[in-house]
Design a protein around this ligand. Structure first.
Ligand code: ZN
Length: 588
């Protein structure tokens, strides 16, 4: 057995996934809210028997390796290394360590060297002196923090870093370009960052994924520039500071989310060690996903201006979707948390303790903007706020705020509820018109998949299968792969009375496996009793039988028509008999 198979064999997919997201047992499988897309009802399924996972929402799926690669954004060699270690498999001929490392690993290594290079220049070299003075004198950053966050300086000389990486470290020009550390003009390469204070951006596993470079003067058009998108850096997928603050965030189950690097550093200096910076205007969906792995509560402390408020509104749906409690920290006497904590540390810490629920915050802001006593004011306040309130996941919290809104606007709770209903149905219309345009599966196809799922996922496969087979006798399932699985089941039960999904899958030809896995993992609704389960099977099987009958009848009536034209008497008689037999069995 090769080592990859060995690791896969020794890794339990359910145990592995459980380390990252909570799984719930549902029949033969385990279900969860998918970590790879946003959803309210679970469509992520893991099968202990097949040792695979699949999401019916976003269609991602695979084995233990693909799960880890997707979840931790890893390359295969890295995932193999981690799982081999867990499984206690020693990777003897380790083909990845020497020679070719993966493309991502090259970029991580380059970024790491660049960060060291910049940090050295800032802290030890003459060329970084002005930048060091700026940080320590003007921004009040203490030296130990410069080390903690590995701040650096990119010199003005156009190719200092490139020369170092190419000549001293032996990297290729292409690698530097791919890492976004250099750009090419003619045949020469130049450093991408020049004359800037450098903030390396780490992911939560301590890889340097990119940089943000700040100009030393304020009055320039691009005060900050960031690494362009690379294989390891996607805009809006990381937080500045998460590598440092993640333990504290976990411990407190709360993340303070700020806008910029200096906010994080100043807070850290003031003893607040659970802050991260979004590096943009509000959280993206990816960032909300990421932070929800570490904290239950997100406290937003953005810039205290209109842009900051808009950033809160933009972030909120993503945070709500992940079920995070969101609050806002207000610092009315300063433009951002960096200034606030340096002006008055005690006042800032008090503001931190007195954070307000984000919906209370929005309502208060709207009430200052519009007059809640006038009809027009009531309309504007409710229109703006209900878009957010209608998305609250927790029903009790939602009711709390809907009642609060009705009180504050002095209108009845019922009219607020009716307005929420209107918003909901408008949204559903949008979703429906979107989804019906894309897919065109026949009703038969959908029902067959559901039926096979009901058969394959029950504890009594034989009983359920026999029932379905009896009712469908004389018909074929409309999708060839479904029909073939059905036939394979017949063959299987001719020989055996028990059923094991894993062993059964092994007897299937390769081309049927994906269809089998879809049905084997398909998320079924919960049935209160086995009688209810049986009833559901009967209902589906009978509907399928009717559909098959109808399509047979359609076929025969077409043939009757064409035979009538051609005047073939004898065949016509047989067809008509068959036709009436089918029609009468339709009512059975
Ligand atoms: Zn998904």
């Amino acid at each position: 057995m090769d080592q990859v198979a060995q690791v896969r064999e020794k890794t339990d997919i359910v145990a592995l996934i459980s380390e990252y997201i909570p799984l719930k047992k549902m029949g033969r499988n385990f279900k969860a809210l998918c970590p790879f897309h946003s959803e309210k009802t679970p469509s992520f399924v893991a099968s202990p028997e097949r040792q695979i996972w699949h999401c019916f929402g976003c269609n991602l799926g695979g084995d233990c390796f693909t799960f880890l690669m997707n979840y931790e954004n890893l390359e295969f060699p890295e995932a193999l290394r981690i799982l081999a270690k867990k499984a206690g498999v020693e990777l003897a001929q380790f083909r990845f360590e020497k020679g070719v490392s993966s493309e991502k690993e090259i970029l991580y290594a380059l970024n790491h060297l660049a960060a060291e290079f910049y940090h050295y220049l800032l802290t030890k070299h003459n060329v970084g002196k002005a930048a060091l003075l700026y940080l320590t004198q003007k921004r009040g950053v203490l030296l130990p923090l410069i080390t903690t966050f590995k701040l650096g300086f990119a010199p003005r000389i156009g190719n200092a870093l490139s020369n170092y990486l190419l000549k001293k470290k032996g990297y290729k020009k292409e690698d530097l370009l791919k890492a976004g550390l250099a750009f090419q003009r003619g045949s020469d390469v130049f450093d991408f960052f020049q004359g800037r204070i450098m903030f390396p951006l780490f992911d939560h596993r301590d890889n340097v994924v990119g940089f943000s470079g700040r100009s030393l003067s304020d009055g320039v058009p691009s005060k900050y520039i960031n690494t362009k998108e690379t294989l390891v850096y996607q805009k809006g997928s990381h937080f500045f500071g998460l590598n440092i603050s993640k333990e504290e965030i976990k411990k407190e189950s709360r993340a303070i989310i700020v806008e910029g690097e200096f906010d994080v550093i100043s807070l850290f200096q003031g003893g607040i060690r659970n802050a991260v910076a979004v590096k943009g205007s509000g959280l993206t969906e990816n960032q909300a996903n990421l932070i929800s792995r570490f904290a239950q509560k997100a406290s937003l402390c953005f810039d205290q201006d209109l842009a900051g408020q808009e950033a809160i509104k933009r972030s909120l749906p993503f945070l709500e979707q992940k079920g995070l409690t969101t609050t806002v920290i207000e610092t009315p006497d300063a433009k951002d948390p960096d200034e606030a904590i340096r002006k008055n540390e005690a006042a800032f810490k008090k503001a931190l303790r007195n954070d307000v629920g984000v919906y209370d915050f929005l309502l208060a802001k709207l009430k200052r903007l519009y007059d809640p006593k006038t009809a027009d004011g009531k309309r504007k306040i409710s229109e703006e706020l209900l878009v957010f309130l209608s998305e609250i996941q927790n029903e009790i919290v939602k009711e709390h705020y809907l009642k609060k809104l009705s009180l504050e606007l002095d209108v009845s709770y019922e009219s607020v509820l009716r307005q929420v209903e209107k918003i909901k149905s408008k949204k559903e219309e949008k979703i429906n018109s979107k989804s019906s345009a894309g897919l065109s599966r026949t009703r038969e196809e959908v029902l067959e998949e559901y039926l096979l799922a009901l058969i394959l996922q029950t504890e009594e496969v034989l009983g359920i299968f026999t029932k379905a087979k009896d009712i469908l006798a004389g018909f074929e399932l409309s999708v060839p792969s479904h029909q073939r699985i059905f036939e394979r089941l017949t063959l299987h039960f001719d020989k055996s009375k028990s059923f094991n999904g894993k062993l059964f899958a092994k007897t299937l030809p390769q081309e049927l496996l994906s269809s089998f896995d879809t049905c084997f993992l398909f998320p079924l609704p919960k049935f209160s009793t086995s009688d209810r389960y049986q009833e559901e099977v009967e209902k589906i099987v009978n509907e399928l039988r009717t559909l098959y009958l109808k399509s047979k009848i359609r076929l025969i009536s077409e043939r009757i028509k064409s035979h009538e034209k051609e005047g073939r008497r004898e065949e016509l008689e047989t067809l008509k008999k068959e036709f009436s037999r089918l029609v009468s069995s339709l009512s059975k």
